[in-house]
Design a protein around this ligand. Structure first.
Ligand SMILES: [Zn+2]
Length: 123
């Protein structure tokens, strides 16, 4: 199995419901997002997937989140916009982009700060 990863980022505000602590109040993050994609075989060029294509697909999803108050987005009106749930949102929206290719989306990691990250995968 081959695996590649691209890094991207977006900036957004959120507040966590039913949580006691600093994250209960409205605040923002520069979220960093790592997207891992894999394939059993590389293509004729020797690639799992072109990094540029993976980044473009990812950024289409991240544009929906960038500079938003996440709690206001339909998906997060009931679902808390935690890093875990943001990772699942990105994963589930990005997954369909790979349906006609040999490439599978393995995992999405969302970094809320330099030292704190949550990941989501289906395995
Ligand atoms: Zn936060």
């Amino acid at each position: 199995m081959y695996e590649v990863m691209i890094k991207s980022e977006f900036s957004a505000a959120h507040s966590l419901r039913e949580y006691e602590g600093k994250c209960e109040a409205l605040h923002g993050h520069n979220f960093r997002v790592d997207v891992y994609a894999g394939a059993e075989e590389v293509d004729g060029t020797g690639l799992t997937i072109d990094f540029r294509i993976l980044k473009e697909k990812t950024n289409v999803i991240l544009d929906q989140l960038d500079h938003k108050h996440l709690n206001d987005l339909p998906y997060f009106t009931e679902t808390n916009p935690s890093s875990e749930n943001i990772a699942a949102y990105i994963f589930n929206n990005l997954k369909g982009e790979f349906s006609n290719e040999n490439v599978v989306l393995n995992r999405v990691a969302v970094w809320e700060s330099e030292n704190s990250c949550a990941t989501y995968s289906e395995k």
